[in-house]
Design a protein around this ligand. Structure first.
Ligand SMILES: *Cc1c(COP(=O)(O)O)cnc(C)c1O
Length: 494
């Protein structure tokens, strides 16, 4: 299997190279040259999550030895996940919630970030890379913690996370600053998320600094969702959900299902689309946005326009105006026209928008949900069906209801449930009418557990008493110095 750049079809790399590079040198994203077909789903029917993960990933990571890939899978989907099924499927009111948040950081990012470090390590071995890899990440909350948790104590890799001092929730901050692992480094910056992101990009592009790192036997890489090593593991759980439905007799072999995904960077829903191209019987892919509805507008009008203000919502992991992975969809839908994709991406960068003509997006339905609707949906499903969902999942559920009303389509439907309600406890508690005045987030989630007859997940509950291990704070222009200090390079190298 080769991986081509979306912006230049002449450029292709092997699976292990694609994982190490993360992004192609000219800015394109790596896409598989073709999607492998699964002809007989019945053969996978009785597989548990690990076996299924191995089966699917081996079709993509073709330069990995089977035994090594098996080890990556075994190391990823183990007791870190608090449910045996890894991703359980819950039927509520006739729809199926695919709960992707039972990993160590309580958001779906764990599904891929628990395996990416192992894939990266093996990719480095295959490519004979002897350098120590430094993962550099700017985060608005969820990705940072999931990456820290995944890369903590992985030999040969260091991970550095920058987050905005006042831009993450109390629980998200606590999750990061209590992170264990000698190879982890967490820094609050005096600025917002954009400052953190810009700072990281500048460091990536600082050739002198990169040279200094190379001389000290380090090389940079990235753990964000443009890495194909994050995308492929996400295909697995869509097959997994279909096979559960099949095993439980909820659907017949070959019967189509719809899939709803609360979407930000377009990674999770793209993985479902890849599943469809591989032969998974999916009818509609329903793309749900919050008030930052660039994708809804794109699918409904053909124009992608980021020239608007970013709205801060109660589903912050979807507060995004440039959905990076849409580039991959454009590549596939344009008949792999990398010149066109390159031109569109340049226009987006320079003018803030682009328009596509005649692209067939019929596989998708897109809608959005505003803040009032999100709260109402959480409240309604909780009081009517005793199911508590987080704000991101509520965006998806609400858009699904609208889809059903609009189309009358009653195809069996799976909703990607992307975070524990306790991770966004304040908004969820407010939605079901709890009094949160003058309470900190830990008190609020205790109340939430009591009111809903559930338990605070251990990973959040124990944060309150966990030792704080990271006290680093810096100005935006000091980020590089902190990295040098942590890695002991340059003037620190004595
Ligand atoms: C990252 C995230 C999303 C959005 O996923 P994309 O792959 O970026 O579309 C949705 N919900 C939660 C809880 C997330 O952390």
């Amino acid at each position: 299997m080769r991986y081509f750049s979306t912006r230049n079809k002449e450029i292709y790399v092997s699976p292990s190279e694609a994982i190490i590079q993360g992004i192609s040198k000219e800015g394109g994203l790596f896409v598989p040259e073709s999607l492998p077909k699964i002809k007989n789903l019945g053969l996978l029917k009785d597989m548990d999550y690990k076996n299924l993960a191995f089966e699917i990933m081996s079709l993509f990571f073709t330069d990995f030895e089977p035994a090594s890939l098996r080890k990556c899978v075994d190391n990823a989907y183990d007791k870190k996940f608090t449910t045996k099924e890894i991703a359980p499927l819950k039927e509520v009111d006739g729809v199926f919630f695919l709960e992707l948040y039972h990993g160590p950081t309580l958001a779906f990012k764990d599904m891929a970030l628990s395996i990416l470090p192992h894939l990266l390590k093996e990719a480095m071995r295959i490519q004979g890379v002897n350098k120590e890899v430094v993962i550099l990440t700017a985060t608005s909350g969820d990705t940072g913690k999931a990456a820290l948790e995944g890369f903590a104590n992985v030999e040969g890799i260091k991970i550095i996370v920058f987050y905005p001092e006042n831009g993450v929730s109390q629980i998200q901050e606590r999750q990061m600053i209590t992170q264990r692992g000698d190879n982890t480094f967490v820094v609050a910056i005096k600025g917002n998320f954009d400052d953190a992101q810009t700072g990281v990009k500048q460091i990536f592009n600082d050739l002198d600094f990169r040279k200094l790192l190379e001389e000290n036997n380090y090389t940079f890489s990235s753990a964000n969702s443009i890495n194909i090593g994050r995308l492929v593991p996400q295909i697995v759980y869509y097959f997994h959900s279909y096979l559960i439905l099949l095993r439980e007799g909820k659907i017949k072999d070959g019967e189509q299902i719809n899939i709803v995904v609360p979407t930000g960077n377009f990674g999770n829903i793209l993985a479902a689309y890849y599943g469809k191209l591989m032969g998974l019987p999916i009818g509609k892919l329903i793309c749900a946005s919050n008030d930052n509805k660039v994708l809804t507008d794109f699918f409904n009008t053909g124009t992608y326009d980021r020239r608007r203000d970013l709205v801060l919502t109660t589903s912050p992991s979807m507060d995004i105006l440039v959905s990076s992975n849409l580039e991959r969809l454009l590549y596939h839908l344009s008949g792999e026209d990398s010149d066109l994709v390159k031109a569109l991406m340049e226009q987006l960068n320079q003018e803030g928008y682009y328009r596509v003509e005649g692209m067939d997006t019929d596989n998708f339905y897109a809608g959005y949900s505003d803040e009032g609707q999100v709260a109402e949906t959480i409240r309604k499903l909780f009081f009517e069906s005793n199911y508590l969902m987080d704000t991101h999942t509520a965006v998806a559920y609400r858009v699904y209801e609208e889809y059903k009303n609009e189309t009358g389509d009653h195809t069996k439907t799976v909703i990607a449930s992307t975070a524990s309600p306790f991770k966004f406890g304040e908004a969820v508690a407010m939605a079901i009418g709890l009094d949160i005045k003058n309470k900190d987030e830990f008190a609020i989630i205790e109340d939430l557990a009591q009111a809903t007859g559930t338990r605070v997940p251990k990973a959040i509950g124990e944060l309150k008493s966990s030792e704080i291990l990271h006290y680093n704070r810096c100005e935006i222009d000091e980020m590089k110095d902190l990295i040098s200090g942590f890695l002991k390079v340059g003037e620190f190298n004595d």
